[in-house]
Design a protein around this ligand. Structure first.
Ligand code: FE2
Length: 321
């Protein structure tokens, strides 16, 4: 157990952010195949080409239920999988849902491999753009599922369970996790090392995959690579204390606070190469610009591009439900 330093402000997962391929393909994969709720559709615009930022999760888009994507195909920017990055996301399903999900994914044309690690059963498969996903059977995950989707609620995904981080060497990242990020070393299994933050359990886990010979992956937002993992902190005070603490102990590559519309974030490039984020949700968060009953239906844009919205939408195209 780490001492009660500001590292202990890191509570659990908040969201994972992935650069994917086509927007419609990504939308259908998450909402129709995985049955997640479209929690928010937004548009990112840097002056050249609009890019969707899509959020999927449970009914209210609660912290640790969230997968967010940047569909990048129309930009031509490709990512490469490798070491020094988050290499897969594991989503929590009920232990009784393994057969259901193996059949469902297979019927939708996905190649599924059933594997075991840390005594848990996983269904490994790929997003249509090649990003590695896996579903893991978890007994009694208390988090609420999406209840109005195509997958029955008793089989439904509960949120992120763990991420895999591929790295060539464990030493400096273990130090970062223990000293900087309030993590606890739980166990290991072959070339895997398991850490958990906060109170532990599903939605708090980081598994490190030690792959000394694996070529580094890309850090840019490019199709087919996971970009970063965000963790929840409770308040701006905690976020600031964490930033100051990390910088004081030598991790100087911590960003300033960025307002992401629904939450405020700081980013750090960790010694593993993977980017982590510490995130404070706005209150209210996803309901700040549309009511709960309409969540994720229309495309929300920031005030500075509101006057361009129609033109940008004609460039990028509407997503079909
Ligand atoms: Fe993020």
């Amino acid at each position: 157990m780490a001492d009660a330093t500001p590292g202990s402000h890191v509570l659990r997962h908040h969201h994972i952010t992935i650069a994917t391929g086509g927007a419609q393909e990504d939308y259908e994969f998450h909402t129709k195949v995985l049955g997640m709720k479209s929690v928010k559709k937004t548009l990112f615009y840097d002056g050249k080409v609009p890019i969707y930022h899509l959020y999927y999760g449970n009914d209210a888009g609660e912290e640790s239920s969230l997968v967010t994507t940047f569909p990048m195909r129309h930009t031509g920017v490709m990512g490469r999988k490798g070491s020094g990055q988050v290499s897969y996301v594991a989503l929590s399903i009920p232990t009784g849902g393994i057969d259901f999900w193996r059949n469902r994914l297979t019927e939708h044309g996905f190649a599924v491999e059933q594997t075991e690690r840390f005594g848990e059963t996983y269904l490994d498969f790929e997003h249509p753009c090649g990003v590695n996903y896996t579903l893991v059977g978890v007994a009694d995950d208390p988090r609420s599922p999406h209840t109005q989707g195509p997958v029955p609620a008793d089989m439904m995904i509960r949120g992120t369970h763990s991420i895999g981080v591929s790295m060539r060497d464990a030493e400096f990242m273990e130090e970062f996790m223990q000293v900087g990020w309030g993590g606890n070393r739980i166990s290991d299994d072959r070339n895997l090392i398991r850490y958990a933050v906060g109170d532990g359990g599903s939605g708090t886990i980081v598994d490190f995959v030690v792959e000394p010979d694996r070529k580094p992956g890309t850090w840019a937002v490019g199709e087919g690579a996971i970009h970063h993992m965000a963790f929840e902190v409770a308040s701006h005070k905690h976020q600031n204390e964490l930033k100051t603490f990390l910088e004081a102990i030598g991790y100087t590559d911590v960003s300033d606070v960025k307002d992401r519309g629904y939450f405020d974030s700081i980013y750090i490039r960790t010694p593993s190469g993977a980017m982590f984020e510490a995130t404070v949700s706005h209150k209210p968060s996803f309901t700040c610009d549309e009511p709960l009953e309409n969540l994720g239906m229309d495309v929300m844009v920031s005030p500075n591009i509101e006057s361009n919205k129609e033109e940008l939408m004609s460039q990028i195209g509407f997503l079909k439900d």
